[in-house]
Design a protein around this ligand. Structure first.
Ligand SMILES: Cc1cc2nc3c(=O)[nH]c(=O)nc-3n(C[C@H](O)[C@H](O)[C@H](O)COP(=O)(O)OP(=O)(O)OC[C@H]3O[C@@H](n4cnc5c(N)ncnc54)[C@H](O)[C@@H]3O)c2cc1C
Ligand SMILES: *[C@@H]1O[C@H](CO)[C@@H](O)[C@H](O)[C@H]1NC(C)=O
Ligand SMILES: *[C@@H]1O[C@H](CO)[C@@H](O)[C@H](O)[C@H]1NC(C)=O
Ligand SMILES: *[C@@H]1O[C@H](CO)[C@@H](O)[C@H](O)[C@H]1NC(C)=O
Ligand SMILES: *[C@@H]1O[C@H](CO)[C@@H](O)[C@H](O)[C@H]1NC(C)=O
Ligand SMILES: *[C@@H]1O[C@H](CO)[C@@H](O)[C@H](O)[C@H]1NC(C)=O
Ligand SMILES: *[C@@H]1O[C@H](CO)[C@@H](O)[C@H](O)[C@H]1NC(C)=O
Length: 629
């Protein structure tokens, strides 16, 4: 831990820096600007979206000073405000762009929120900072589905390349955390470490799981992400501040690479594709809130357009550009350049019971994060402690915590074989969204086979219970079999697409959810946990039996754990894929997708560290194909 003098110096520098920045002419700094007049006519690469993946790829490509890159980002650059840097403060609302899905039949027809970022650095500027990986099996499933090189062993070097891991501080010695550096990277740009504080209740969390047969796992990042563990966070260890993609991949090169341009507050409306050559030549874009004009500004890409707008938005951009399901595009009068039925399908997120489960504690060992809502004196004191000493609860992301249990299906329920057997009998054609092409059904069958292999494995998780300390417990279906879609409903680029999660459309998902709920109750009743005097108030102890629990779950589940993926899937074309294993969009030259949308199946984890690994690997692939020319 740094002394407070060092920390003060850091803060003074931070305060002075913006002044220095704004006294320099913008063009010399030549990296960030928010006016189209500074954009050159042509770059080697144009990256659509300056989020987690977009900044990673752009940073790596511009390591070669002869390669020019323009990143166009819808949102602004953050101002290094405390709400971004101090993990314990709620992040600024201005940096998200949220939507509402269509009503979900699996959830009593309630529409569901879609959370997404709108800021340089994307999701990592506003997320809960969990920074863990899936099990080897999660990624090996990608490889099985037709993507050589994308299994665990192919991705591990890139998990390491992005990571700057710092082992836990002595304060955490009594928690099950391995100091083994084996699977970690220590020279990468993304800070990965542990907060300098723990709520006292957490010791009981591990004891309670252990008492019901779930061991603690000190090394969840080496390919076995199961059991009760302490998650790494995307946190810079020395100053305990949030590490986002902007911190890791943009700020270190800001002003230092004239070949890197970042245009903020602009929205890409379309990839321009030469129809005869079937080649992407650039993009059109608009100022954030401008209305569409007949001649929007455009910029050319010599080598490639790299779409990195995130899983909620990347499919919309392809569809508007004439790359997508023919029937959909024709309905809106869009000229079809490539009939690619998978664009926007295969949408996956992790259904979560969150606010709908409530309880009381009679003997909670103080303090509790619920003080954030009830005691402003305490809140102010914690911030003071954070600023003075970089310790205390504010070193953890706001109401997010660090403590999780990731359970395999066989640890979750004795009925695991029954669930697998009944999943195999499900009518997959009925579970897919209406209008899905027959190649998507083929891909879905292959995905189900791969996922059910994970369901059988003791080393792959299907469920997460995340405990933030107080009232906040989340129960998550990590590897759902249901699929949704994100499809345009207008040819207007500024209109939102239609989000349909398809939550619980596959019958196995609700069975897993019911098993989760029962396991949660077993945890609450475990002898060590009795010390906190926890009683369930909602749905409440009167809800018993599978049918009643299922009905309650449909009422309290939210479709998302803020981990949307899969909408431009890396899969063979015969499986409804959108990009090949080199992340090139099928049928169009000079066009690739690099973000969470390429994940063919959702890994059983929080997604940010996987997005970084995917983008690091993508950067190497893109560099290599340019060398081959
Ligand atoms: C609220 C929230 C909490 C989360 N919590 C966690 C967590 O605790 N741990 C974890 O690992 N993961 C978490 N995640 C998920 C994780 O942050 C994401 O999976 C990851 O950041 C996605 O990276 P991406 O590059 O695919 O997309 P993003 O990082 O979202 O980047 C996409 C960017 O593209 C921009 N964009 C979109 N459309 C356009 C356009 N037309 N033109 C120009 N730019 C455009 C967006 O503004 C955005 O900045 C959370 C996400 C959210 C939203
Ligand atoms: C913390 O340190 C990292 C890297 O050393 C730096 O990028 C970041 O700005 C620092 N945060 C604060 C609040 O000083
Ligand atoms: C766009 O509109 C939003 C909402 O009204 C506003 O907050 C934002 O500042 C506007 N952006 C620009 C670039 O004017
Ligand atoms: C609020 O927090 C302060 C600081 O921790 C504490 O001294 C005070 O007793 C708390 N007030 C209540 C009502 O709990
Ligand atoms: C910071 O740490 C020092 C040394 O342990 C301690 O004296 C001081 O009270 C702490 N600051 C706060 C606000 O708790
Ligand atoms: C799609 O667009 C039509 C016509 O504008 C509108 O009536 C309908 O509500 C939209 N559907 C959704 C789900 O937004
Ligand atoms: C759903 O939950 C709400 C809020 O707790 C409750 O009022 C309602 O009765 C529940 N509905 C069903 C069908 O369980």
């Amino acid at each position: 831990m740094a002394s407070s003098i060092q920390l003060w110096t850091a803060f003074v520098i931070l305060l002075v820096q913006p002044v220095l920045i704004f006294t320099q002419p913008l063009v010399d700094r030549a990296t960030v600007f928010d006016s189209a007049s500074q954009v050159k006519q042509q770059y080697d690469y144009v990256v659509v979206g300056g989020g987690t993946a977009g900044l990673t790829v752009a940073n790596r490509l511009t390591e070669d000073p002869s390669v020019s890159v323009l990143v166009i980002e819808y949102g602004p650059l953050d101002k290094l405000e405390p709400e971004v840097l101090v993990p314990g403060l709620p992040t600024p609302k201005a940096y998200s762009r949220n939507y509402v899905s269509v009503p979900q039949p699996g959830l009593l027809n309630k529409p569901q929120p879609v959370y997404s970022a709108a800021v340089v650095g994307g999701g990592t500027v506003i997320n809960g900072m969990f920074f863990n990986r899936g099990s080897a099996a999660d990624y090996d499933g990608w490889e099985t589905l037709g993507n050589p090189g994308w299994g665990w062993s192919g991705l591990l070097p890139y998990f390491k390349k992005s990571e700057n891991f710092t082992p836990p501080p002595p304060e955490l010695a009594e928690y099950p955390i391995s100091t083994d550096l084996g699977p970690h990277g220590t020279k990468g740009p993304v800070g990965s470490s542990f907060p300098q504080y723990q709520y006292p209740i957490l010791k009981l969390f591990y004891k309670a799981w252990n008492s019901i047969g779930v061991p603690s796992n000190p090394q969840p990042n080496g390919g076995r992400a199961v059991d009760a563990f302490y998650s790494t966070l995307s946190l810079t260890a020395w100053n305990q501040s949030r590490c986002s993609a902007a911190t890791a991949y943009y700020r270190p090169i800001e002003g230092k690479r004239p070949n890197f341009h970042l245009l903020t507050l602009h929205s890409v409306t379309k990839v321009v594709i030469d129809k005869r050559k079937k080649r992407a030549t650039g993009v059109q874009y608009l100022r954030q809130n401008a209305t569409q004009t007949a001649h929007p500004p455009s910029v050319r890409a010599k080598h490639e357009v790299i779409v990195a707008a995130g899983a909620p938005r990347s499919p919309q951009i392809l569809q508007l550009s004439g790359v997508g399901p023919r029937k959909l595009l024709s309905r809106f009068g869009i000229d079809v350049i490539e009939d690619l039925p998978g664009v926007g399908y295969n949408f996956q997120d992790q259904p979560t019971m969150f606010a709908g489960v409530t309880y009381d504690y009679s003997k909670y060992p103080a303090p509790s994060p619920d003080l954030y809502f009830s005691n402003q004196t305490w809140v102010d004191l914690q911030l003071k402690i954070y600023y003075e000493n970089r310790t205390g609860p504010d070193t953890q992301a706001y109401l997010s915590g660090t403590t999780v249990a990731f359970l395999s299906l066989r640890r979750l329920t004795g009925d695991y074989q029954k669930i697998i057997a009944s999943a195999k009998k499900a009518d997959l054609a009925k579970a897919l969204p209406a209008g899905a092409d027959k190649t998507l059904l083929e891909g879905y069958k292959a995905q189900q086979a791969a996922i059910l292999t994970d369901y059988k494995s003791p080393d792959a998780a299907v469920h997460e219970l995340a405990f933030a300390g107080g009232e906040t417990i989340a129960l998550v279906v990590l590897k759902p079999l249901s699929r949704g879609s994100i499809l345009i409903n207008s040819s207007k680029p500024l209109a939102d697409p239609v989000f349909d999660y398809g939550t619980f459309q596959h019958p196995a998902d609700i069975q897993v959810a019911v098993a989760m709920y029962k396991k949660f109750r077993q945890f609450v009743a475990a002898e060590p946990w009795k010390a906190v005097g926890m009683t369930e108030t909602k749905p409440g102890p009167s809800v018993q039996g599978n049918a009643a629990i299922e009905a309650a779950i449909r009422n309290i589940t939210q479709s998302t754990w803020s981990h949307p993926v899969g909408t431009c899937a890396m899969l063979p074309r015969r499986y409804g894929g959108v990009v090949d294993p080199q992340l090139r969009v099928y049928g169009v030259d000079g066009l690739s997708v690099v973000d969470a949308s390429v994940m063919p199946t959702i890994p059983a984890t929080h997604t940010s560290s996987t997005v970084y690994a995917v983008a690091e690997k993508a950067a190497d692939i893109i560099k290599a194909r340019r060398r081959k020319g």
